[in-house]
Design a protein around this ligand. Structure first.
Ligand SMILES: Cc1cc2nc3c(=O)[nH]c(=O)nc-3n(C[C@H](O)[C@H](O)[C@H](O)COP(=O)(O)OP(=O)(O)OC[C@H]3O[C@@H](n4cnc5c(N)ncnc54)[C@H](O)[C@@H]3O)c2cc1C
Length: 388
């Protein structure tokens, strides 16, 4: 009988398992309905930024970036972490004002981050149309890593330390007695344990319902499109082929792009996307909405072919902040979900934090209790405004 069951072997479940084992708790079973990393983690382009509006998210990111910088020493795997920075555009006075406030808070917290003029923006991202752009924030230590390498790194390091990961094992119900966790039923049989961690990503609401809980998570489809290879045969697209091109984000509509090898990858949130679990690619969204925004901001994109598209799920909460910690009413049931598009970048800090919480050790940030599920009854938490 394991001491701790983790539901879900995405980047978050794998990181929690690794951090538990690293702290000496090796009797951990991770139950995964498909295969390791097969949920949102597999569809994520791996963006890692520290530019948030809330101190809690900035802190989670700053800790995680330090971990990603030493990921290979920790886990024996590369994360392929490229610190080319995030450039976040502001196109209205209100957005510029928010950028100033965010930079102020981020700098006070020790982050190297600047507010740039349109001319400075073009130097970092040639080919960008800066019409209507009033400024941008830039943090050079932001960047992106490879989600598959990261989830494999956490999972194999956890296994080396004794953690068991069971794939093709779907949790179908949670057993409770007197408001205490007793174990779970799965498609492969029953597992007993006094502690269960809900790290089921976009399905965390369904897992929560197995214990009678209403977890306010909206699964929302998001897309990533990949261009045909561009940089090895053309004119370099006006300088866009620089190897250290940052991740560029238009905070107004969420349009983003960055380099991926010889291609560009890009995406945007769809304001009309309904809640749901579909991960089919909506090519009409590309043709009717995204293409116009993309070509306006990055005119070179108008003339290139799209090699492929993929869609996965965000799990958004009402305040765009994660849900972390033990359920007050049910002893032994923990949640690490609702990452609202930030779960990959926060996975190192979240793994450490959840492991210390579960093992009853002192942890930081000390106000982490404000991310518990019951906050939605009181709305204690400031809302994150820098979601993409
Ligand atoms: C297009 C797109 C772009 C994104 N961009 C970024 C980004 O740039 N940066 C960033 O930080 N984040 C980004 N995200 C979000 C990021 O992918 C997620 O926050 C992160 O992967 C969450 O990891 P997770 O382990 O919580 O969830 P998942 O990776 O979804 O893992 C949950 C696992 O639980 C399993 N599971 C579910 N129910 C059960 C059950 N009943 N029994 C057993 N197993 C179960 C699933 O199969 C899954 O493998 C993006 C997401 C998408 C879709």
């Amino acid at each position: 009988m394991p001491e701790i069951i983790i539901v879900g072997a995405g980047v978050v479940g794998a990181s929690i398992a690794y951090h538990l084992a690293k702290l000496g708790c090796r009797d951990v079973a991770v139950l995964e309905k498909n295969y390791i990393g097969s949920g949102s983690t597999e569809k994520c382009p791996g963006g890692i930024r520290q530019q948030f509006s809330t101190a809690t998210n900035i802190e989670l990111s700053m800790e995680s970036v330090k971990f990603f910088e030493h990921f290979e020493d920790e886990t024996g795997h590369t994360a392929d972490f490229r610190q080319h920075g995030y450039l976040i555009l502001a196109t209205s006075e209100k957005e510029l004002e928010n950028s100033r406030e965010n930079v102020d808070l981020q700098q006070k917290m020790g982050l190297e981050v600047y507010l740039l003029s349109p001319q400075e923006i073009i130097e970092l991202a040639p080919g960008l149309n800066v019409n209507h752009v009033l400024g941008a924030t830039f943090c050079p230590s932001d960047g992106y890593a490879d989600p598959y390498s990261v989830v494999s790194g956490f999972a194999s390091a956890a296994k080396r330390l004794g953690v068991k990961i069971y794939e093709e094992t779907e949790v179908t119900s949670i057993e409770l007695r007197n408001y205490k966790v007793k174990g779970v039923l799965t498609t492969e049989g029953r597992y007993e344990a006094p502690i269960v961690v809900n790290a089921a990503g976009s399905y965390a609401g369904i897992v929560g319902r197995m214990a009678g809980l209403d977890i306010p998570i909206q699964p929302i489809r998001r897309h990533v499109f990949v261009t045909e290879p561009l940089f090895n045969h053309s004119n370099g697209l006006g300088g866009l082929n620089r190897p250290n091109l940052p991740m560029v984000v238009d905070s107004h509509n969420g349009f983003w792009f960055r380099r991926e090898g010889a291609c560009l990858i890009f995406g945007m949130r769809n304001p009309d996307e309904p809640e749901g679990f579909s991960t089919l690619v909506d090519w009409d969204f590309l043709a009717e909405t995204l293409a116009q925004v993309a070509c306006q901001r990055l005119p070179y994109l108008c003339d290139v072919g799209i090699a492929r598209g993929q869609a996965g799920l965000h799990s958004d909460t009402p305040d765009y902040m994660a849900i972390l910690g033990e359920t007050p009413e049910i002893s032994g049931l923990y949640h690490a979900c609702g990452f609202s598009g930030h779960g990959f970048m926060h996975s190192p800090a979240v793994g450490r934090l959840m492991a210390t919480l579960i093992l009853g050790r002192e942890t930081t940030p000390s106000n982490i209790w404000s991310l518990r599920l019951d906050r939605f009854r009181h709305q204690l938490q400031p809302r994150e405004s820098m979601f993409i």
